[in-house]
Design a protein around this ligand. Structure first.
Ligand code: FEO
Length: 165
């Protein structure tokens, strides 16, 4: 059974994953408004991944005898200055998430909660991937620079995004 501190921390992480899902949905909406369907599709996939991450925690808290606490989700940023700003914010979001998962893991170690440590290993690996893809897209956006044709090509290419967990 989860101890109270661990259960509260896992619920906080569940809320963050749901908040991230909402933030990515707002980014998808922004790209749809800008007629950038490829980037919109990319963000929709990201949104769905975050829901899946949240639900992994939802199931785990319940499986370990904890109580799932649903808290409010703040309004996300809905307007952005550029495609680059969206991905810059995405990277910040993922870095915060990585720091939170690291803190969760530390708590699980301090609590000698071996099952939670095992469960969190998936999230530690996933965060490496999440930060990597944000860096990759930002790198491509840097190469495209102010070239609108290059940006439209990138918009088409990112639509083909597959994989992710
Ligand atoms: Fe749930 Fe983007 O990490």
């Amino acid at each position: 059974m989860l101890n109270d501190k661990m259960a509260a921390a896992l619920n906080k992480q569940f809320n963050y994953e749901m908040s991230a899902a909402y933030a990515y949905l707002a980014m998808a909406a922004y790209f749809q408004r800008a007629n950038l369907a490829g980037f919109a599709s990319w963000m929709m996939k990201q949104h769905q991944e975050e829901i899946a991450h949240a639900m992994k925690l939802f199931g785990y808290i319940h499986d370990r005898g904890g109580k799932v606490e649903l808290e409010g989700i703040a309004k996300p940023q809905v307007d952005f200055a550029s495609v680059r700003e969206v991905f810059k914010k995405s990277l910040e979001l993922e870095k915060t998430n990585t720091a939170m998962i690291n803190d969760l893991f530390t708590l699980a170690v301090e609590s000698k909660d071996y099952a939670t440590q095992s469960h969190l290993k998936w999230f530690l690996d996933e965060q490496v991937e999440e930060e990597k893809i944000m860096h990759e897209v930002l790198g491509l956006l840097d190469i495209a620079g102010d070239d609108r044709a290059a940006l439209l090509t990138l918009n088409r290419e990112v639509a083909a995004r597959t994989g992710g967990k």
